[in-house]
Design a protein around this ligand. Sequence first.
Ligand code: BG6
Length: 495
Amino acid sequence: VRETGVLFFIFGATGDLASRKLFPAIYSLFKEGKLSDKFAVIGLARRERSREQFHEDVLRSIQEFARYKASPDDPEWGRFVEHFEYMSLDINRVEAFNELNIAAERLEEQFGIAGNRLFYLALAPDLFGSVAHNLKAGGLLQTAGWHRLVIEKPFGFDLPSAEKLNKEIREVFEEHEVYRIDHYLGKEMVQNIDVIRFANAFFEPLWNNKYIANIQITLGETVGVEDRGGYYDHSGALRDMGQNHMLQMVAMMAMEPPSRLHPEDIHDEKVKVLRSLRPFTSAEDVRKHVIRGQYTEGQANGRPLPGYRSEDKVNPDSTTETYFAAKVYVDNFRWAGVPFYIRTGKRLPVKTTEVVVEFKNMPKNVYHGRKTGLEPNLLVFRVQPMEGIYIKINAKRPGSEGVIVPVAMDFCQSCQVGLNTPEAYERLLFDAARGDSTYFTRWDEVALAWQYVDQIASAWAEDASDLRMYPAGSWGPEEAQALLEQDGFHWWPVN
Ligand code: BG6
């Protein structure tokens, strides 16, 4: 990136994602010296904006959301922002893309960029196809450097729509040029899953159905649907979080060690996991293994919270799920019989992402009869807000006569003074710019995840009588507890 440079095209430059994540990410990369002076950014949206107004937008976004401070009086700020241009663009007009190409060539010449172009579509997915088409028709892909397309979720609504979208994109870009974002894969501790697994002698030998009783993945959110009611009511938790972030995390936990750390090898291993997901046999089977819920009025910290059906742009009779919990099986040799319990919801009591590995009990409790029940060993990946690893083991209570108590070894990575972990988007944008697709999703992963989720969605579409209500600010429907209790387990409390 530093040597041959990169030109970023941000489609949707006046939108929320650009200001919350993308501009701050580019700024961090600049501050950390990961971008040399050979870079430029063209912000694109329909709205008219002058160059100065755009620079003010970028400054505001960075002041509000970036890890590094920015001040307009700082000469370094001037050096940064001079790389930013804005162009109002009607994405349906090929001529507008011709003009864009001329502007792009000018910037490439000015900053010494060797024709490397990264197109970031922070747009509604139904526009992906025509933008891709016009990029080609407008001559934007005729440079000596590389061309990459970065796209945001949702990648389709179900398998057929995802296939259609993919086909449109692939008419213009090769698979290796398409970077599908799943921002959970950019999170520090999600990226740490494979390191903890494959770089530690005391985990990998135990990583199978002989020693692991179950795996629990929780993605809890305290927020409701905020101003995204229109999108969310159509999507729901299963499509919004399950198809992408949660199944990706299942794949990372379950995959075989790749023979090399090459992106394609990692994608191949993840695909094998997704292909091994146990299919559902009937709508009844779905209901047995998947619980869905919707929040009603409730409260958090003494503050009243509205029910989902009275949120803005939500159908007052909506049966969209804001919560789901599922028991997922990976039917292969390593995982036969080990349930993966996954759950996510809006308006839960805490914002948290955690993965808990519960180990099986010792074959025999030799401490039996000493008022001691042994608790299972746990390994917990804390993804957010706190980042770290937590291990629960059994030890003798000091001074006691063989009383065994669980003790914790808690490694809090985010507590280290001065540690300022990069945001997921920083990492992903940088990876896309240097051509590393490891933490993006390949088409076959996306397709298999849709295939799995579609079975659930179509059973749900037939009959909504299993939708359970839960008060906002609670841990979701009680049936989600029963899902584990029937197997003799329970959800481990999250921190
Ligand atoms: C997004 C979902 O993919 O992830 C949102 O569309 C959700 O509904 C968000 O709020 C959660 O991301 P994070 O990084 O805040 O855990």
